[in-house]
Design a protein around this ligand. Structure first.
Ligand SMILES: Cc1cc2nc3c(=O)[nH]c(=O)nc-3n(C[C@H](O)[C@H](O)[C@H](O)COP(=O)(O)O)c2cc1C
Length: 340
């Protein structure tokens, strides 16, 4: 695949992600099966509920990251600017989209440069883990972070997406050992994430000795990247059952947490309401992330992204209040002491 192809493909991904068909239809994120307590005598004040937390050494005003989305095209620069300004305004974190295009094509770099809009945020870079088997090493990861001023970097695993992509990278043999080698040699925090089909107990066990700073389960139930890929290539979903494979986000959180109880987890994949965020945190996530629901707002303006996120924060705070949790710390405590 040429570098120009990558950039054109990014635009097609963006267009596809605005279509409703990219959402899972055969399974859900599983949060509807997680009961949330209702406490009619909360003994705390809604306004006093602090959502502040720390993640990877930085303070967040709420436990929310803008999920990894884009970069590499002109439209992506606008999207990233709006997302970054909103993150700065609200004190949230932001994950960038895959930076491979910017490592391979200098013209693509501008669209990833968000530090000037968001000098203080927790900013996470992104690369495909499979690139580690195609010549990328610790220097590429460090460079990707240096070029954008990132605090850490997420490596994404996406075998289903790659398998359904024409010319996708489907050689994964040896990746666990290679990740061990590379991650051990990088000084900043490295996160392992999926892209919407989920990390479960098997992966958690396989990577348990790799010094990842966090795992982002990116489970099934939100955006199906297999569906995105099929829409981009065929204009329709050809393999619906395959496209909806994956570990529902709620299950993914429970599984990974059971294997790696001390690992800070990111709950993402169809975490689209404040109540779902609260449930993900109750299941053991340290923070949550969401991607596609922010895309329409990010195409519009910074204010539209702020409004969307403020709506979610409003719901999250109310969920804690009526659940009888006086702070995020109290919710973390419940998750640690009484795992669901
Ligand atoms: C437009 C768009 C682009 C994305 N690009 C990337 C990417 O470059 N790297 C990555 O790791 N994940 C990428 N993702 C996947 C998301 O980070 C996330 O894991 C997935 O969409 C599931 O979350 P959601 O249900 O909140 O959308 C992208 C998602 C969207 C919507």
């Amino acid at each position: 695949m040429t570098e120009l192809d990558i950039s054109q493909r990014k635009l097609k991904h963006l267009e596809a992600c605005l279509r409703p068909e990219v959402a899972f239809s055969l399974q859900t994120s599983g949060f509807e099966k997680v009961a949330w307590p209702y406490h009619a005598l909360p003994e705390c004040d809604l306004e006093g509920i602090s959502l502040e937390t720390t993640f990877l050494g930085k303070t967040l005003q709420a436990p929310i990251l803008i999920g990894a989305m884009t970069g590499g095209a002109e439209k992506a620069a606008t999207i990233n600017k709006h997302l970054a300004e909103a993150a700065q305004h609200l004190g949230l974190g932001m994950m960038l989209g895959s930076q491979r295009v910017m490592l391979e094509r200098t013209e693509a770099r501008g669209s990833f440069q968000v530090r000037s809009f968001a000098p203080d945020i927790l900013l996470i870079g992104n690369l495909g883990a499979v690139q580690l088997l195609k010549g990328y090493g610790p220097d590429h990861l460090e460079r990707a972070m240096d070029l954008v001023g990132a605090d850490g970097l997420a490596l994404h695993l996406n075998p289903l997406q790659e398998a359904l992509q024409r010319g996708g990278d489907t050689t994964f043999s040896g990746l666990t050992a290679r990740m061990q080698e590379v991650v051990t040699s990088v000084s900043r925090p490295i996160i392992l994430k999926e892209v919407g089909h989920g990390l479960g107990k098997a992966v958690a066990r396989e990577v348990s000795s790799i010094p990842f700073a966090s795992l982002d389960v990116a489970g099934a139930g939100g955006t199906s990247w297999a569906r995105v890929e099929e829409l981009v290539h065929h204009g329709k979903i050809l393999h619906p059952a395959l496209c909806d494979l994956g570990i529902p986000t709620a299950t993914a959180l429970q599984e990974v947490r059971e294997v790696l109880p001390d690992m800070p987890l990111i709950g993402s994949g169809g975490v689209y309401s404040g109540l779902e965020m609260a449930k993900a945190l109750r299941l053991g996530a340290r923070v949550v992330a969401l991607a596609r629901p922010l895309l329409p707002a990010a195409l519009l303006s910074t204010q539209a992204v702020i409004d969307t996120l403020e709506g979610l924060i409003f719901e999250l705070r109310i969920s804690l209040f009526v659940g009888g949790f006086s702070s995020l710390a109290a919710l973390y405590r419940a998750a640690a002491e009484n795992p669901l």
